[in-house]
Design a protein around this ligand. Structure first.
Ligand SMILES: O=C(O)c1cc(=O)[nH]c(=O)n1[C@@H]1O[C@H](COP(=O)(O)O)[C@@H](O)[C@H]1O
Length: 235
């Protein structure tokens, strides 16, 4: 059965173009210490077999394909993710209420073995100025709040947001509504293309349930040491 507890808050984002390198990192990591995320790059390159290879190593996997399409198409895609036995998967909340409801309904046949289903609100790479450029005139936090409300209304398990919005969302939507927060940057690490960032201890203090962390671990000279340092910073 899928373990849905939040005792392992770190989700390592495996964003590699080299399968062997990714699996080499997996072999150094302990499934008791973290979960893994596979996104668009690796899934496009290596497909469902990569998911099986990671499951064979004992890890819970977040399949981050951020589905956004008509309700029927997204429902079918989410069911396909459930068939792979992943622990968590996601859609874009901006796909709308009907799309999210269809995605949720598609998981009903999987019962307690269904993956957690969460919705991306506003990407952590986006600033208020970026939102303006696509016609969204409200600050990111307000748009996140609106989309998180829609997500809860659709019955999903939680949202992807920035840790900067976590305390607001926890107080509004309750403890059970999961907050998955990328844009995590330990002190001294490069921000890169992210905009709405926080350090790991700040994110946990703000109410994040899961921290998605990629480059600060995967691009470190010693990824295992980087992960261990983040763990220590949380204890
Ligand atoms: O859904 C996601 O995981 C996601 C949503 C979001 O708003 N921002 C975001 O960065 N992500 C993903 O989280 C990871 C962050 O990686 P780093 O910026 O390298 O730590 C990437 O794999 C992104 O695709």
């Amino acid at each position: 059965m899928i373990d849905k507890t939040t005792d392992k808050p770190i989700l390592v984002a495996l964003d590699y173009d080299d399968k062997a390198a990714a699996l080499q990192l997996c072999d150094k990591l302990d499934p008791a210490m973290c979960r893994l995320k596979v996104g668009k790059e690796m899934f496009t390159l290596f497909g469902p077999q990569l998911v099986r290879d990671i499951h064979d190593r004992g890890f819970d996997l977040f399949l981050d394909l951020k589905f956004h399409d008509i309700p029927n198409t997204v429902a079918k895609a989410v069911a396909a993710a459930a068939e792979l036995g992943v622990w968590m998967t996601n859609v874009h909340a901006s796909g709308g209420l009907a799309m999210m409801q269809a995605a949720k309904a598609a998981l009903a046949p999987y019962g307690k073995d269904a993956p957690l289903l969460i919705a991306v609100t506003v990407l952590t790479s986006m600033s208020d100025a970026d939102l303006k450029l696509i016609g969204i005139e409200v600050p990111a936090a307000e748009q996140v709040l609106r989309l998180a409300g829609l997500t809860q209304q659709a019955g999903l398990d939680g949202v992807v947001c920035s840790a900067q919005e976590a305390s607001l969302l926890k107080s509004r939507f309750g403890r059970e509504f999961k907050l998955v927060t990328p844009g995590i940057r330990p002190v001294g690490s490069e921000v890169g293309d992210q905009h709405r960032v926080m350090t790991p201890p700040q994110a946990i203090a703000a109410g994040s349930d899961y921290l998605v962390i990629g480059r600060p671990i995967t691009k470190a000279a010693d990824p295992l040491a980087a992960l261990n340092a983040i763990h220590r910073s949380l204890s």
